[in-house]
Design a protein around this ligand. Sequence first.
Ligand SMILES: [Zn+2]
Length: 339
Amino acid sequence: MDRAAATKMSILANELARMAGPACRETVLAATKRWEEKIRERVRLEMALKLADDSGAGRQVQRVAVVISDGLPKALLAHERDLTEELAEIAGMFRPDLLSFKEAAAALQLLLGRLGGLDPKWSEREKLEVPKIVELESLTAELLELAGHATFTKKLKMIDEDILGAYFPLGNKPKGGGPPVIEIYWTVIGAVAKAIQVDVEGLTLTVLTHELAHAYSHLGADTDGNRWADHAFCVSEVFIKEGIAQYYTDKVVGWFQQRNLAAPSSAYTALLRIQSPPYNIHKEWLEQFSPEIVRAALVECRNNHVTKTEEFIELMNMAKHRLGRRSRLQDTLFLESDS
Ligand SMILES: [Zn+2]
């Protein structure tokens, strides 16, 4: 990144941080601290893959750290110019503030009216001040109209990469290397949470689950100790990688919801609406394929270095056929032993 681009990025990062609000970083950090272990456990159980491999003679443990980053994902780089230079986009980032100002201005007039009704001195002030507030209200309406033309969420829908967090299978150094790591972008989470009106904690848990699902699908060992080879994982099509991560994210947010924690599920559902097709393909899979089928296809995909989406879907169809036959056979055996 050249120097000018770096400056622009920091403008965008600052802008998103301002939109996210001063408490956002702390909220994202606290939610991660509180739930990371539980989410790891849920992903491990749903996928039946674990980072510690006990199948061989020596125990081998893969590690993946989670870090909260002040930076921005590289996928947003392509949009930094529009987001920091186009008038509508800039106004769009202030939309939540403009909306609260609109409410505050109405409250201010109400307050002056109440005071003015009881005290002649305030009645004079009211006559003097209300026209100024009305003027600001019309300015706010004009800016909201401009903000209405912002395309921030439409831009997000065109991005086929993770932007709220990211999983770096080969470490996050520019030239690769280092242990695998997950970065969580709190400024983007905070800004998107405001834009789609969801809870920051709920969105953080959704993002954390999605990134951990990437990590476990890649590094988790099956009962034979097999993992997804680095190269095959990296070159597999985005629909496979994102489909798998989203399939398991759906399961984990569902688990939270069953325990009366609805925020992750609400955030996940709202986020789906502004995400690109690779982040939505799993909705068909959820209807057609049980976790057992997806897991069987995932293990085969990893063992056979499958990288094409159609081939992965074929693996799920084959597993469905095989497992369906097996369960019908089991039903028959049960019926026979019952009789
Ligand atoms: Zn992803």
